[in-house]
Ligand binder design. Structure first.
Ligand code: ASP
Ligand code: MG
Length: 410
């Protein structure tokens, strides 16, 4: 008997009909002589709707109550799913994150799972039940307050549960067929990947590929849990995220992200310690900084630019303005019309000239590069927001021969 963790995203449980279909799929897995634990997201746009509702009620921030509100979304789908399974003759029980023993840090809205005390889940499995766990949530053991794990957090719930239970596989059911070589909405001939390594998937997820939450991939890697990303609408194979892939690709895929903005602090004295004085207050303010570029210094002064998530722009601007005041710098400039395009592939480690080729392809499309950042297996460029789709298409096309062969011919 295998232990399978299945996660169903919001679209997969978008209405009563889809929810019942999900129940049928879970029932089939269960009847195949598997133990099944399910992590479920809120139905459809529920989370967004609840956020909007809160905005209609208040303009100030209420992190604790916001988490109380948002966790209600997953509570609805978990209970309905347990009922639907029961109707199919499959014994099922639903648990909130807290009841499932998912312990987190205290940061409302962006808590991290620190431990899972899965006794209650294990007992229910031993009783022969399918266990439905509300995704995206946990509890801070110190305050005993309910927390949420950040948008898309049900993926993290699923993989963390799989790790805690020693599951054989974690299946992520979603509204797309798997992970693609680029966003298929942008690149019409993007291919579904048969497999991708944890390290590549981590880079793709951090670079904007929305199929899997980056933190869930980290769990998968840390505890060696293979993740199968697949469609909830048919039975076809999806993409396997695992330790090692059969084929090494120079470029596994092209990712893009339009959710960041660029902040530039101008006229900083170019002296030792200046970067620390800029980024320490930003870190304290909880701003997640991604790319950083320090410009060439002229006459002892320099500019530092960095990118931040657009949803953190207000706090980034506020701390940048006080940094400018504290350091007697020139000023702050914000550019929201940027986007990031990245190429990712483990084969890049040993292949020369990939960055040069990327820049050449962008140049041939007359796309200006604003900032560059690299890891051993990723190269990212910041370009103008209105050119991002052109950049993705040009890079996908230009690197097509370097992509690993897929089952379907390229
Ligand atoms: N319902 C949450 C969200 O919309 C969590 C998830 O779907 O994974 O972000
Ligand atoms: Mg999701």
């Amino acid at each position: 008997m295998a232990l399978i963790v299945q996660k169903f995203g919001g679209t997969s449980v978008g209405d009563a009909e889809r929810l019942k279909n999900v129940a049928l799929r879970i029932a089939a897995t269960y009847r195949d002589d598997n133990a099944v634990v399910v992590a479920v997201s809120a139905m459809g746009r529920t989370t967004d709707d609840l956020i909007e509702l809160a905005k209609d009620v208040t303009t100030s921030s209420h992190p604790r109550e916001m988490d109380m509100l948002l966790t209600a979304g997953e509570r609805i789908s978990m209970a309905l799913l347990a009922m639907a399974l029961d109707d199919l003759g499959v014994p099922a029980v639903s648990f909130t994150g807290s009841q499932a023993g998912i312990l987190t840090t205290a940061v409302h809205g962006e808590a991290e799972i620190v431990d899972i005390r899965a006794d209650r889940v294990k007992d229910a499995i031993d009783e022969g039940r399918v266990v439905i766990v509300a995704g995206f949530q946990g509890v801070d053991p110190l305050s005993r307050d309910v927390t949420t794990l950040g948008r898309g957090g049900s993926d993290a719930t699923a993989v963390a549960l799989a790790a805690a239970l020693g599951a054989d596989v974690c299946e992520i059911y979603t509204d797309v067929d798997g992970v693609f070589t680029a966003d298929p909405r942008v690149v019409s001939d993007a291919q579904k990947l048969v497999e991708i390594s944890f390290e590549e998937m981590l880079e793709m997820a951090s670079a904007g590929t929305g199929v899997l939450m980056a933190r869930s991939v980290e769990f998968g890697r840390r505890y060696s849990i293979p993740i199968h990303v697949r469609s909830s609408f048919h039975d076809g194979e999806g993409t396997w995220v695992k330790e090692k892939t059969m084929e090494e690709a120079i470029v596994r895929g092209v990712a893009h992200d339009s959710s960041e903005a660029k902040v530039t602090i101008q006229g900083l004295a170019d002296t030792p310690g200046i970067a620390a004085k800029v980024f320490e207050p930003l870190a304290i303010a909880g701003v997640t900084v991604d790319l950083i570029v320090q410009n060439v210094s002229t006459e002892g002064y320099t500019d530092i630019s960095f990118t931040v998530p657009k949803h953190q722009l207000a706090k980034a601007r506020e701390s940048s303005e006080s940094i400018v005041a504290d350091l007697g710098a020139g000023g702050v400039d914000v550019d929201e019309n940027i986007a990031k395009v990245s190429i990712v592939g483990a084969g890049m480690k040993t292949e020369l000239g990939i960055a040069a080729k990327m820049f050449r392809i962008l140049s041939d499309s007359d796309i200006n590069i604003g900032m560059i950042s690299t890891s051993p297996i990723r190269i990212s460029c910041i370009v103008a927001l209105d050119r991002i789709e052109d950049a993705v298409r040009a890079l996908h096309n230009g690197f097509k021969p370097a992509l690993a062969p897929q089952e379907e011919s390229l």
